[in-house]
Design a protein around this ligand. Sequence first.
Ligand code: PLP
Length: 263
Amino acid sequence: MTDSRPLSILTIAGSDSGGGAGIQADLRTFAAHGVHGLSALAALTAQHTRGVTAVHVPPVAFLRAQIDACFEDFRIGAVKLGMLATAEVIHAVADALERHAPTHVVVDPVMVATSGARLLEQDALDALRERLAPLATILTPNIPEAELLLGHPIADEADAEAATVELLGLGCRAVLLKGGHLPGDGPVVDRFDDGEGLTEFEHPRLPREGHGTGCTLASAIAARLALGAAPAEACAEAGDYIHGALAAATRPGFGAAAVLDHF
Ligand code: PLP
């Protein structure tokens, strides 16, 4: 029997009261792709364009209830993971994903905000590496996140190339290592590897501090996977989307952080 329900995508992530990152960015990205967005709140941040002022993590039983409610009723084409805050939350999310077995899981290993605020407890790193990486269709770390996952510095383009292969060794089906944090003012190079060889996606560096760029990129990848794109194609198209969204970003607060334009 054919399933007539339109596609939905589920984000399991943190809320940003400032509306720039996290769940709020994810839902806007899903809407921009014409896909219905579902959300399970793993953490709540009190936040504005200058930083995070407080974090609240709801009980994991409530997170589990949100995830189960979504899977009980919707046709979920992909799941996107963002800020998960603690090891306990990561284990609860991994257990739920193992039970529901969605087709695609995009894991954005959120650890520290651009403003410097910690979004993942130190002891949660092992859980992320051991429980979530193996569930990922695509793992999307930036350079500082990859350094923490691998336990060594990534100083230049050659290191980034080697790190992409090492990250695949964590058990994800593909990795997109975002190169924006590497030194230099040349183009930003993101590296994709699915075990079939390395592909590079290049964009001019924009002179602005985007807020929620990682969340938006991972959500755009999830949307494109749900709509049927292959992983490499999803990453290439999502990279172009984020570049356009950042080029058109505005600064709604007093801080430097720009909020993306989710066209
Ligand atoms: N707040 C929440 C809830 C997030 O999920 C994230 C990133 O994933 C951030 C803040 C940090 O965003 P950025 O580093 O782009 O400012």
